[in-house]
Design a protein around this ligand. Structure first.
Ligand SMILES: Cc1ncc(C[n+]2csc(CCOP(=O)(O)OP(=O)(O)O)c2C)c(N)n1
Ligand SMILES: [Mg+2]
Length: 639
């Protein structure tokens, strides 16, 4: 406890000297981070927050590496890409926070699930402030942990304030621990300023959880003795409160306890302090002497994704004619057979077989541990998938409808997408997205929301139009250690059939398929719209066109696009999504930038209307870009 305290005191001096930029203080709360960390085994994961320096020091991370992290140096943990405590390290089994606070809690669920699946008898501890408990992530994570009986210690540090907001404006119950009852979960209140109590209770609980896996909610009563961060001050905190808590200082009180009971002499105390100060100063010298980070655009771009060594599996001996939906189901089943710890999670996917029956029969073959029905907790399930990946397990999340990804949007775009770039941690997760309109399902069961994700570096986005591609690309998505959003158009599920290899095979990402060849125009599309373009060409056999089915949107096969446009001199991009900010706009811009001299006409974009997707068929038909395509194509040809 003394080490994080002395480091902090030094940091406050450096802050005043302008040598560091920001500081979130945990002074007064050290007993919690240190006590919990000491009660866990080294191989058990801890997911700390911004006031938990004691977790990092108690895991014996060399101080110059911590200082290097705070100064954005190469010896830190994020190559200068993320700040302060926003990092993880597999070496020390610490998974640091993202700024959004709550997502940590669901990630802990995933790590704990991995421990349970591998019969490891390990506990995972995750921290949050009392402010963070107001986030939906907290509710979802506790609910999932309870339903699945995951070995997680949920550690709430109730320090009286969330930034300037006092607890009475944050929640309306006597104790946060009382909520355990509502989740069907054991809970305890612990004096967070008493290291003996923290260690003794957490140690006993950790042992009991290892033997009998279950989640436990702990509320540590403590107080934040400094501002939210140093610049924000504590003017809004009544002085009496500060005074009351000052006498409960965990470090001073423990020192007194040790001295009074003859465990520690005055000279020992002085020499321990001197040794720590020396260690801090020595390590600070190392960190300050380290040169500023050197990077390049290539290095930065390279680290957005985990390296993926694509392996081609080819199997074309036996083919059978199957529907799009069978291709998805077969691919999933064959991947489940190949990767024996691959887990699928989704609502109603077990006995019921999923909203579209894609996983029907899976539990009989793979069991309920690997084919997991989930509560309606999209955020927590995406976070759980992230946690599984941290613990080395691949997973697939089935969104019941792509529309519902909004309820898990934060962990997709902030956690899965950014982890590899931030601290080299891959998110080995495939999110299946049954999407698309034309099925009279209204504004919330019809969206094709791929553009929300192609905008976010760190994600891969796949959108097949045919059973053959769907099966091979899904196998690749599962092999790829990066997060993949896999779009499956519902309208194609039962309407499109194709002769497809019966055995396992893969197809590469970033390779479009040229499904028709011609001279006069290049048509670029993906998903259901590819079939609209095909229909138009069938109805107008005089039109000589290249038809490119992109198959994957991120990575995007620009080479095939440019080659074709340079040949035909005209390009039209057709998609089902609405126009503004859609993929067509970017493809159009890329063509202008790279093929301008070859163009005989402006690039044409054809997309659906700028309205939500209406329910009734006449309105939906009017909304969709399908009927706008033929006239747009003809007018482009006449240009
Ligand atoms: C989703 C989100 N909303 C708001 C913030 C801004 N913010 C950062 S920390 C914080 C207070 C957190 O309070 P608490 O959970 O009690 O932790 P404490 O700082 O007291 O340790 C706020 C509002 C944020 N980081 N993320
Ligand atoms: Mg707080």
């Amino acid at each position: 406890m003394l080490k994080p305290r002395l480091i902090e005191e030094k940091m406050l001096i450096l802050l005043r000297q302008g040598k560091i930029s920001k500081w979130f203080s945990g002074i007064g709360q050290e007993a919690i981070a240190v006590g919990v960390t000491m009660a866990l085994n080294k191989e058990e994961y801890i997911l700390p927050m911004h006031r938990n320096l004691g977790v990092f020091t108690s895991r014996n991370i060399p101080l110059h590496r911590l200082f290097g992290q705070w100064q954005g140096k190469a010896s830190g943990f994020t190559k200068g890409r993320d700040r302060s405590f926003h990092f993880g390290t597999q070496e020390y089994k610490i998974v640091g926070m993202i700024s959004h606070l709550g997502p940590q809690l669901g990630v802990a669920d995933g790590i704990a699930l991995a421990s349970k699946l591998k019969n490891k008898n390990e506990v995972t501890a995750v921290f949050t402030g009392e402010g963070g408990t107001s986030e939906g992530d907290f509710h979802e994570a506790l609910n999932v942990a309870s339903v699945w009986q995951l070995p997680v210690l949920f550690c709430v540090e109730n320090n009286g304030y969330g930034l300037s907001t006092p607890t009475k404006e944050q929640y309306n119950c006597a104790n946060i621990a009382d909520r355990g009852l509502g989740y069907g979960m054991e809970s305890h209140i612990i004096d967070g300023n008493n290291i003996v109590e923290v260690y003794t209770k957490v140690n006993a609980l950790a042992q009991s959880i290892r033997e009998n896996p279950r989640p436990v909610l702990l509320e540590f009563k403590t107080f934040r003795m400094r501002g939210h961060e140093e610049a924000s001050g504590v003017k809004y905190v009544p002085k009496e409160l500060m005074d009351d808590w000052a006498i409960k200082d965990p470090v001073l009180n423990f020192e007194t306890f040790l001295k009074e009971n003859d465990f520690l002499s005055k000279s020992e105390s002085t020499s321990i302090k001197a040794k720590i100060i020396e260690e801090i100063n020595k390590n600070l010298d190392i960190a300050f002497a380290e040169e500023a980070i050197i990077s390049s655009e290539i290095i930065e771009l390279d680290d957005v994704y985990h390296e993926f060594d694509y392996k081609e599996f080819k199997e074309i001996k036996n083919t059978k004619e199957i529907r799009f939906i069978d291709a998805i189901s077969d691919s999933l089943k064959q991947s489940m057979e190949r990767h024996d710890d691959l887990v699928i999670m989704g609502q109603d996917i077990a006995e019921y077989g999923g909203a579209f029956k894609i996983t029907a029969g899976f539990i009989e073959q793979f069991g309920k541990a690997r084919v997991r029905n989930t509560p309606i907790c999209e955020s927590a399930i995406v976070e759980t998938a992230m946690g599984l990946s941290i613990a080395g397990i691949k997973s697939i999340v089935e969104m019941q409808f792509a529309d519902f990804v909004t309820s898990g949007f934060n962990p997709v775009v902030n956690y899965l997408a950014k982890s590899h770039y931030r601290w080299g941690q891959q998110a080995d997760v495939v999110i299946r997205m049954p999407c698309g309109g034309g099925v009279a399902a209204g504004p919330f069961h019809s969206q094709t929301n791929e553009a929300w994700f192609t905008k976010t570096p760190g994600l891969k986005v796949v959108y097949p139009a045919f059973p053959y591609d769907a099966k091979g690309l899904l196998a690749t998505a599962i092999n790829d250690p990066n997060p993949v959003l896999f779009f499956e158009h519902k309208g194609l599920y039962r309407s499109i059939r194709q002769e497809v290899p019966a055995d396992y095979y893969t197809l590469p990402f970033g390779k479009a398929s040229l499904i028709k060849e011609g001279h006069d125009v290049t048509i670029i599309s993906y998903g259901a719209a590819v079939h609209w373009a095909l229909e138009t060409l069938e109805n107008n056999p005089e039109i000589s066109a290249d038809l490119i089915d992109l198959r994957t949107l991120q990575p995007l096969d620009t080479e095939t696009i440019y080659k074709s446009v340079k040949k035909t001199g005209k390009a039209i991009v057709l998609h089902e999504d609405s126009l503004f900010g859609g993929i067509a706009s970017d493809i159009s811009a890329l063509i202008m930038e790279h093929c301008f001299e070859f163009l005989d006409a402006p690039v044409k974009r054809v997309a659906s209307m700028e309205t939500p997707i209406p329910f009734v068929s006449q309105l939906e038909t009017q909304y969709l870009s399908k009927n706008k395509f033929e006239p747009a194509l003809k007018s482009l040809l006449e240009y």
